[in-house]
Design a protein around this ligand. Structure first.
Ligand code: 13P
Length: 341
């Protein structure tokens, strides 16, 4: 049965001590990331960088799945294996980003709506054939003067639900990602309220569209103080606020929450994940699906030089190991200078 399949993939993705690597940066985003280390975004440089991530020996213990981008799912390792094959050989589940990006919303200044439903059924079928077992769609909600509006939240929720329904139809586990951005000077209480309203609306839409909650994963933001807020909440406050917010609105049937890092430093993201798992007493697995928070040290170590590949892979393994410890609430600051076990 399809739904049994979806449930088993969803629970493998949030298996104990493991989380997801988001390596699905669109062409524009990866160009920005590579620019930080002065590497031009050519197809070969993007391929070489992704190969570093996908062939790191030993991360299979800490990484359950990898989210790929359309270009990446079609690329191969230097020795001629598709990236999908290379991941599968390590027991890592390949996934795919299927939205076409958050676009300016007409008549709603400062707000965005994610596009990509047109032709999605056919694209999902192709990705499933290429070996993807799960999918991701990201909606973006910004906080500011008079925003978010109910219309922006409702439009994005409806799109997320329609994407999730189509993904399940195509035998792909949908990762539902409504990201409330941390940009702005708002206090943590405001981020809490907007996150709660967003998730309420999203779960209502998922219910209306008959999405099987057991066969999906939620990728939420953590509840944080705005980046420019002078009163920054402590690690403990962030962990408590995030879990309180999730408990209000996320049904227990959802197998796991795979948090995004959203612009936090890699250490902050790990500390917050650890503090939440330490508190626990929630019905879902509390895991990660980090992009920047897993990749920042890898880019820094690699610098576009093939002589640094071993160091870059060590940096990736170390970050993945720290986050794996955080999944048990057993991460400590001393681990930052220790070797990945
Ligand atoms: P960050 O962890 O860098 O926020 O990326 C996660 C992601 O997949 C965003 O869609």
């Amino acid at each position: 049965m399809k739904s049994e399949n979806l449930e088993s993939i969803a629970s493998k993705l949030v298996a104990a001590g493991k989380g997801i690597l988001a390596a699905d940066e669109s062409s524009g985003t990866i160009e920005k990331r590579l620019k930080t280390i002065n590497v031009p975004s050519t197809e070969e440089n993007r391929r070489e960088y992704r190969e570093i991530l996908f062939t790191t020996a030993g991360v299979r213990e800490f990484i359950s799945g990898v989210i790929l981008f359309d270009e990446t799912i079609r690329q191969k390792t230097r020795d001629g294996r598709t990236f999908v094959k290379a991941l599968e050989q390590q027991g890592i589940i390949p996934g795919i980003k299927v939205d076409n990006g958050a676009k300016t919303m007409a008549n709603f200044p400062g707000e965005k709506v994610t596009e990509g439903l047109d032709g999605l059924r056919e694209r999902l079928a192709e990705y499933r054939q290429l070996g993807a077992r799960f999918a991701k769609w990201r909606a973006v909600i910004a906080i500011g003067d008079g925003i978010p509006t109910d219309t922006c939240i409702a439009s994005n929720a409806e799109l997320l639900a329609r994407y999730a329904a189509l993904s399940q139809e195509a035998d792909l586990v949908p990762i539902v990602e409504p990201e409330v951005l941390m940009d702005g000077a708002h206090r943590i209480e405001r981020h809490f309220k907007v996150t709660q309203q967003t998730l309420e609306t999203v779960f209502h839409a998922l219910f209306e569209h008959r999405v099987a909650l057991e066969g999906m994963l939620l990728k939420p933001n953590m509840v944080l103080s705005g980046k420019d807020c002078p009163q920054q909440a402590s690690v403990q406050e962030v962990a408590e606020a995030t879990l309180r917010c999730m408990k209000h609105v996320v049904p227990a049937a959802v197998p796991g929450l795979v948090f995004l890092s959203g612009g936090q430093t890699d250490l902050q993201a790990t500390e917050h994940l650890n503090a939440m798992n330490y508190l626990d007493h929630v019905p879902w697995e509390l895991s990660f699906s980090f992009g920047r928070a897993l990749q920042a040290p890898v880019l820094k170590a690699w610098k576009g030089d093939s002589a640094n590949v071993a160091d870059a892979q060590m940096a990736f393994q170390h970050r993945a190991w720290c986050n794996s410890k955080a999944r048990f609430g057993k991460y400590t600051a001393e681990m930052e200078t220790a070797k990945a076990a």
